[in-house]
Write a protein that binds this ligand. Sequence first.
Ligand SMILES: *[C@@H]1O[C@H](CO)[C@@H](O)[C@H](O)[C@H]1NC(C)=O
Ligand SMILES: *[C@@H]1O[C@H](CO)[C@@H](O)[C@H](O)[C@H]1NC(C)=O
Ligand SMILES: *[C@@H]1O[C@H](CO)[C@@H](O)[C@H](O)[C@H]1NC(C)=O
Ligand SMILES: *[C@@H]1O[C@H](CO)[C@@H](O)[C@H](O)[C@H]1NC(C)=O
Ligand SMILES: [Cu+2]
Length: 454
Amino acid sequence: MLFAKIQSVLLALAAARSVFAHTTFTTFYVDGVDQGPGVAMRMNKTPANASFPVQNLASSDMACGFDGTEGVARVQPVKDGSTLTFEFHSWANDYSKPSLDPGHKGPCAVYLKKVNSAINDTGVGDGWFKLWDDGYDEVNDEWCTDRMISNNGRMSIVLPSDLQGGYYLVRPELVALHNATKGDPQFYIGCAQIFLQSSGNLEPESTVSIPGYVKAGEESVSFNIYYNPDNKTYPVPGPAVAKLKAGAATTQKTQDEGLKPAGCILEKANWCGYEVPSYTDEAGCWASAKNCWAQDTTCWTPYSPTGGANCEIWETKCNGLNDACNAKQFTGPPNKGKDLTPTYTTIAIGLVLPTSTVAGAASSFSSQAVVAAAGVSGGGGSSGVVYSTPAGKATGAVGGYAASSSPVPTEKPGLEVTTVFETVVKTEWEYVTVYQSQGQGQKVRRGRRGGARR
Ligand SMILES: *[C@@H]1O[C@H](CO)[C@@H](O)[C@H](O)[C@H]1NC(C)=O
Ligand SMILES: *[C@@H]1O[C@H](CO)[C@@H](O)[C@H](O)[C@H]1NC(C)=O
Ligand SMILES: *[C@@H]1O[C@H](CO)[C@@H](O)[C@H](O)[C@H]1NC(C)=O
Ligand SMILES: *[C@@H]1O[C@H](CO)[C@@H](O)[C@H](O)[C@H]1NC(C)=O
Ligand SMILES: [Cu+2]
């Protein structure tokens, strides 16, 4: 007789209290399509403090954020001229929470760095160039952060066509200035690892080093946004938006690192799930169930800031294997090789921001025809609106922004942000112990905690 007993054990309960609802880069869309939780993204690895800002401008954390010097397994292929969208949330695993507390006001920018390896490069040092930035809009009294909030926490750029193909780190940056006068500008940074499929030859005229491109005390990071009579004089941090020039032809035309591994039927951050071995008998069935649960353990460990949604999908598969073995269906696995990747959100891109221009050429990016992706979900806000800033360094008032209602500030001039968000990060997963009675009644524990059993 065969039976299986599944025990659910609340394994971990981690509580975290955060004084401020900060924010973090949680979701990377290419041409409006979500690339999956943490896939090809460098994020702070500790869920409890994933949204904390970088405050030391001389720190190497300025490049790709906390834990950002270490690459992740995947590199996202991106077509020439693709639209990249960076979505921010105050809680990386809970999209019902606001993208950013409206008390955070300041500029934002997107930088690129061409690298030999999107996985190995630490991001620290020279080579960065700015594709786009945005500061204060006098007409609507809006900061870039205000516009991001009303655009579902997203900033989108269209990659200039004909950039040199190859590997890049792409770095969204958002700065909160509410405490800047006290020497405490807050930088929210992340990086995505991409392979640009382009045969172009455009490269930036000049690049900067990160850290180093902005220094503590500079006006861009010490500006008083509450008492300054003239916000429109606000100078955004960092270099001007890079001018592009013809450079060397693309040498790296084919992606050879960070591809989704063959046989990967579900992915999450650095994890991939693979089909379990095929079987034709009872022992094989349980061995494959065990294989599945072992992969489940590696899905949950480490617990990623974006949560465990895909691990839960994987557990459905493992439970299905348990059920099949219990039902004496000893030929399997069921649905062999089926790709379990859920249909990720496709967004209406909404605001798209004009990017670098080719030296000497008139800006052609302000009128980019950006087609909102089909199958829209999770849209809202100012969908389909394209707004334009002049080429070059956007330092002040810009007409033509999509009008949107200003968020209600949570701060008063001279006061500190008082909003307190409290959260409990609850990590729950199952340890499964399967008991199998065989023949003479000896019990064999076939749990995912057991040693390798082949
Ligand atoms: C986040 O928490 C981890 C673990 O406690 C710690 O090592 C790390 O320094 C923290 N990072 C930040 C940015 O606070
Ligand atoms: C990246 O590092 C890995 C492991 O050290 C190495 O095998 C690979 O060749 C490196 N890739 C590049 C492009 O440097
Ligand atoms: C400057 O920006 C802040 C924050 O948005 C706003 O409260 C203030 O009214 C602005 N100052 C002026 C003079 O418009
Ligand atoms: C503002 O910065 C000061 C100095 O670093 C710090 O003591 C204070 O906690 C900060 N306040 C806020 C609201 O971040
Ligand atoms: Cu904050």
